[in-house]
Design a protein around this ligand. Sequence first.
Ligand SMILES: Cc1ncc(COP(=O)(O)O)c(C=O)c1O
Length: 372
Amino acid sequence: MKIETFELERRQSLWENFVDYNLTESGIHPFTLSEFLNDEQIKQLLNVRLGYGQTNGSIALRESVAKLYPTSNIDNILVTNGSAEANFISIWSILESGDEYVLMLPNYMQTWGLAKSFGIKVKPFYLKEDLNWQPDLEELKSLVSSKTKMISVCNPNNPTGSILNDEAVKCIIDLAEESGAYIHSDEVYRGAELDGNEINTFYGQYDKVLAVAGLSKAYSFPGLRMGWLVAPEDIAEKAWSYHDYTSISTGVLSQQIATWALQPEIRNKILERNREMLYENLKIFLDWTEERSDLFHFIPQKAGAMSFVRYFIDINSTDLTERLRKEKSLLIIAGDCFGMDGYLRLGIGSEKEYLIKGLDLLAEMLEELVNI
Ligand SMILES: Cc1ncc(COP(=O)(O)O)c(C=O)c1O
């Protein structure tokens, strides 16, 4: 099968470890195990038997995940290798070639590329900058019909960091109900809201929701590769049988660490540490763009460590990011990866000094381009 290239991930995979400054990460500076675990827990990890474990996720972990989703229980949960695998299985297990799939754009682009590769008919609706990165609901209504099999959102959104307002959430649920469509909601940035108010999950607001999340972003543990799918029991069970084909199970060490990370007190501490870092770094980035308001238009994200900015320099976004990589050893994501030339996505979740150095390099490049 021929696939669409997943431009965003490809670019990161190729270059993220070969540049001096990598500002492509949409998550927050990861923890080391020693920053996170106590001696007792380390001892426990040393005694974990390295089997396959329960392949849809240990009961303890699924219990912890279920607490984050109203009305769910362990039978609604499939633990996956990252939220990427949960997204993959959501599309693969529900949609057939020819089905209609109404998808929010811009987006992480994983399900966009997958759906296109699987011959699914993708009907995009757009978050609009002049609506503060909210969708145009009339446009959305015109797209959903009785043929729509799934409506897919990324909330909070990657790359804009916006959060759907109540009116948009209601509209999406109403449309899904009318058409009988599933809602697939990628909520991996839930918990990384800058104002500290965690958004409601779509799960529990309508009976055909597949909610996806994991520990990579708000929790800053991408290396654990821990994700999950929360869905009606029959869908969770079906998804599990698809998971038998993708990776069988997730790592038992990761599951144990994830179970600890989701204990309410520890979870709060993690989210708090990350919010503080985000808050401080966003302020740095805001000041930086304000100093250059003739070059940038920036609507600050409401959640997540990615900042999506429009720039006013006459250069294609891929060309600009390639020059940055080659001439400044700085990696950032081009708007082209989201089908939006003229924009850049910068990861601001790194350590402060690292972010400042990366921004200095970007400023150098901009000066060179503007003064040509
Ligand atoms: C919206 C969204 N979903 C899913 C993923 C995949 O993340 P992971 O598999 O690490 O959980 C990402 C990664 O950037 C993302 O931005």
